[in-house]
Write a protein that binds this ligand. Structure first.
Ligand SMILES: [Zn+2]
Length: 77
């Protein structure tokens, strides 16, 4: 399985993992609810890649300094 992490705000690539044995435990996602998991994880059949939406350091800092950014820039799907 190929897993790609990217920032949900600026869409920058943050890293990737290749593993045949990766699990939710390994990703540190077991504390999330099913709703949260389906919100941050997207599986794309065509390239057999799992995309994990997270927040990069830059956006995290920006959001901490100005939480209103989160409301205005957060895409509504
Ligand atoms: Zn970002």
């Amino acid at each position: 399985m190929h897993i790609v992490y990217y920032c949900r705000h600026c869409k920058s690539f943050l890293g990737s993992i290749d593993s045949s044995t990766i699990s939710l435990e390994a990703l540190g996602l077991t504390s999330l609810t099913e709703q949260e998991i389906s919100d941050i994880i997207e599986y794309h059949d065509e390239d057999q890649t799992t995309y994990v939406k997270t927040v990069c350091e830059y956006c995290e800092t920006a959001l901490k300094q100005n939480p209103a950014l989160y409301l205005t820039n957060s895409p509504i799907q």
